[in-house]
Design a protein. Structure first.
Length: 226
């Protein structure tokens, strides 16, 4: 799903659709209905209810789309979504609070038609509430799945961080062992050099002693036979 610098392009498209629908609802409530009577007014009210249903569906699509948007942009869009929901609720309250007044003036002759209309309206409202509830459940499931994915991602990051720390410890230990091995090699070479020098000194000392003994023997020999 493509994203722009300010958030999801699809979310922006839903915003445009929502604005268009709510503008149409406001136009009907504020300008058309006050000037209408009879069946024309009832038809306009039914149209408003259909548009309110459409606005609720768009809000549900916005809510699901937010779950696919990166966290830095999500907070700002969630705030906008809350404003849109408040606006939709206000339109519903406006329609419900003015319903008796909007439907007034039909007289007793329209009681049967009014009853049929109310039954139809209640049926539509029940379907709307049922659809909204299902949409809310789906949204909550998506939020739970998204939250679980974030928690799993956090655990994975912690594990990777721990493994990285252990790797760095092992690398330092390996470097320390390599340095110690280098020192041991140097010490071994030094000891071998000292051993060679000691052996050489022993040979030199033995040679000197041997020469001295030979000289002493020659001196004694010379004195005895001369």
């Amino acid at each position: 799903m493509s994203s722009s610098a300010g958030g999801s392009e699809l979310f922006s498209s839903y915003e445009q659709d929502f604005t268009s629908v709510t503008d149409s609802i406001k136009l009907k409530i504020e300008q058309q209905i006050p000037n209408q009577k009879g069946e024309e007014r009832k038809a306009t009210i039914r149209a408003i209810e259909r548009e309110i249903d459409e606005a609720d569906e768009i809000l549900g699509q916005m809510e699901m789309e937010i779950l696919n948007i990166p966290t830095p942009s999500r907070t700002r869009l969630q705030a906008k979504l809350r404003l849109y929901k408040s606006e939709a609720e206000k339109l519903k309250r406006d329609l419900n609070s003015d319903r008796d007044e909007l439907l007034g003036g039909f007289g007793m002759s329209n009681e049967d038609g009014q009853s049929d209309y109310d039954a139809s309206t209640m049926d539509q409202r029940q379907r709307l509430l049922s659809g909204t509830e299902r949409l809310g459940q789906s949204s909550r499931r998506l939020e739970d799945s998204h939250r679980l994915a974030l928690e799993t991602e956090g655990i994975g990051i912690n594990i990777l961080s721990t493994l990285k720390g252990q790797r760095e410890t092992m690398v330092r230990a390996r470097d320390t062992l390599a340095e110690a091995d280098s020192h041991i090699d140097k010490a071994s070479k030094t000891l071998k050099g000292m051993a060679r020098r000691m052996a050489t000194n022993k040979l030199i000392t033995a040679a000197i002693i041997l020469i001295l003994i030979v000289l002493i023997v020659l001196v004694i020999w010379s004195k005895l036979f001369n």
